[in-house]
Design a protein around this ligand. Sequence first.
Ligand code: DQA
Length: 150
Amino acid sequence: MSTIAGNRIEVMHGVNLDQLGRRDPAHYGSLDLQALERRIGSWAQSLGLSARFFQTNHEGAFVEHLHEVSDMADAIILNPGAWTHYAYAIHDALEIAGLPAVEVHLSAVSTREAWRQTSVVSDLCVATVSGKGAEGYLEALKILEKELTG
Ligand code: DQA
C-alpha cells in the first residue's frame, strides 16, 4: 500500500522507554525499543501510514519536539513514561502541537500503583490504550488511520 500525504505518525517515547528489554517483562514485555519500533514501523506501513520515532530522557527535549512536531507529522502516538503522571509542561506542549494524538502504555496503568492512575495528557488525546503491550501501538495506529482518513 502506498503512503498517502497526511498520514505521517510521530511515535514519541519518553523517560526510561529506551531501557525496554531491561525493565520488568511482566509489565513491559521483552522487546527492546529498537525491536518495538521496527514492529510499529511495519504495522504502520501495512496500514498505509508512515511512522517516525523519537525518544528522550529529557523532559525539555520532549517538550521542544512537541513544539516542532506539526511541521513533520500529521498525528502523534505518545508514551511519555512516568512523565504521563505529573508533567504539566508536556500537557501544555501537546496542546500547542494541536495534532490528533493517542496515548499508549505498554502496562495496565489503571491497575498498578495509585500514582500511575493519573494521566495529565489523556484529556488532549483521542484515545488511551493501555495494558496491551506492543499490540497497543497497532490499536493506536488503527485509531489514527481512521481519524486521518475520516
Ligand atoms: C508506561 C507506564 C508508566 O507508569 C511508566 O512510568 C513507564 C511506562 C507504560 O508504557 O506502561 O515508564 O508508560
